[in-house]
Design a protein around this ligand. Structure first.
Ligand code: TYD
Length: 203
């Protein structure tokens, strides 16, 4: 079987991290080789960019934020994602390109076309499968706030997160072959069974 590039997307508190374990268990059962990674971060340079990007003390313009996310992504593709896929290893990334459309394009209101223009020529590869964990913003923020100190994005207001959710749903409508919506408002077992069903269809 060809290795897959699988990405997880969703607003803060949508339960992506919990479900990476579900995907891992599924792939272990099928004896499929995989690695887990994330954005921003995922590589050594990426971890430094992540610190800058999530730090609430440093003010960044929207354009700077987008370009740092893209710099992180290109480095991540070159140093980790592509080399592993070439070795036949499936790659699971917690966030990828759709996050830039949703957060910078939608959340920061830079627009989706602006982002498409900027990434033209960057060789951003397309995931084989994207799981979008969708749930109402109120519910997600309540979960995220219980977790820990809020980062640059988590401390934004309700409307910011609502725009992100809407952009994700728009992207899923535009590319329903790749992006599968999971109802993340349901309890853990129900969400897990949705994830397993989608993986079964894809593998
Ligand atoms: P993280 O702590 O990994 O959040 P989460 O657990 O919700 O994924 O922080 C990543 C943050 O970076 C998250 O708020 C989304 C944001 N982000 C963007 O704004 N644009 C991007 O392109 C990416 C990859 C992430």
């Amino acid at each position: 079987m060809n290795p897959l590039f699988i990405t997880l997307e969703g607003i803060e508190g949508s339960g992506k991290s919990t479900n990476i374990k579900v995907i891992n268990n599924y792939l272990n059962d099928k004896n499929i080789n995989y690695i887990n990674t994330r954005e921003p971060g995922g590589s050594e340079v990426g971890d430094q960019l992540r610190n800058i990007l999530l730090n609430t003390e440093k003010k960044l313009s929207n354009q700077t934020e987008l370009l740092l996310m893209l710099a992180d992504r290109v480095n991540h593709i070159e140093t980790l994602i592509q080399p592993n896929l070439e070795k036949g290893i499936t790659v699971i990334s917690d966030r990828f390109m759709d996050s830039s459309y949703a957060y910078q394009g939608g959340g920061r209101e830079m627009g989706l076309d602006t982002i498409t223009k900027i990434i033209d020529g960057l060789n951003i590869i397309q995931p084989n499968l994207t799981l979008l964990f969708d749930l109402p913003v109120e519910m997600a923020l309540e979960r995220a706030r219980k977790r820990s100190k809020l980062d640059r994005f988590e401390s934004e207001d309700y409307d910011f997160h609502q725009r992100i959710r809407e952009t994700y749903l728009f992207l899923a409508e535009e590319d329903s072959e790749r992006i599968k919506i999971i109802d993340a408002s349901k309890d853990i077992e129900e969400v897990e069974s949705q994830v397993r069903k989608i993986l079964e269809q894809k593998l």
